[in-house]
Design a protein around this ligand. Sequence first.
Ligand code: FE
Length: 362
Amino acid sequence: MNTLRPLMKVLAPNPRTAFGAVLLATVLGVPGSPVPASAQGEVNLYSYRQPFLIQPLLDAFTAKTGIAVNVVFAPKGVLERLKAEGANSPADAVLTVDIGRLHDMVEAGVLRPVESPTLRMNIPAQYRHPEGLWFGLTTRARVFYVSKDRVAPGTISSYEDLARPDLKGRVCIRSGKHDYNVSLIASVIADRGLDEARAWLTGVRANLARKPQGNDRAQAKAIYESLCDVAVANTYYMAAMVTNESEPEQKKWAAATRIVFPNSDGRGTHVNVSGAAVTKSAKNVDNAVRLIEFLSEDFAQELYAETNYEYPVKVGVALHPLVESWGTFKADSVNLTEVAKRRAAASRLVDVVGFDFGGGGS
Ligand code: FE
């Protein structure tokens, strides 16, 4: 008995619209959710990740195992819901993006440790929690988009370079408080310490071409418009712009820029994950683990990563040709738990240096 899934299928075509978001929020807010709390052969999933990314994978899992997946797609509010539901939560597993969200769930005590030789084998140690509280499934690198015309190869090669005086007025980035940048800054703190990170971030602020604003794609647009020459953004947005048929002007933004993988000669490029976890309240623990294991295997890894132009966590899995075209890179090998622990300090640092007020002639 599954009343949620048909509803979600109705909603699925417009997950990004405000209307869809309101409906999803309404579904999340319904007390006594129709998701069955416990049933043989089922697993109940809360997902931040959008239907187009994961529904094909969930269908493949059900086809292979006979285990039905009841999924609630939710753009926000999953942690709050898990906390509010407590031990009565019907959720067995969670799919989300960003180490920050995974870490917040760890801190809130809503996850349970999983011991799985399959997951240990398939997922490199840096992309999973040391005690099995969460598992990364795809990675995305936080790279530079640089102007093809105005930035010669080799001009900028490290995050540290962003603070170099000769880049004054040439750097664009979204808000320092955004999850992606908080994690990046936390990775700098993990490597260089707080004092060096503060000096660095102050230097980056001094180089901003404009007040931090917009999303990652907006930084490529700014390079296209000659507002700046160097930007910081996640890898998959480049492919999303190159292939964007509904907003083809984004192809021009992408064409004006190229990707540079920072710190290839040093600690490596900062990467973040999308990941999965089993909830503390899970009633279908074995099925939840089986689902996450399925998502870590070759078939799902390839499909999951290429659908959103991300990198598989499992070594040796094929990349989408566009992703492959950017070349290989060295990823920062720090365990993301170490990055997550420094996110609070990173967020404070953004405030201390007034990062989001930089670039405005102030
Ligand atoms: Fe994103």
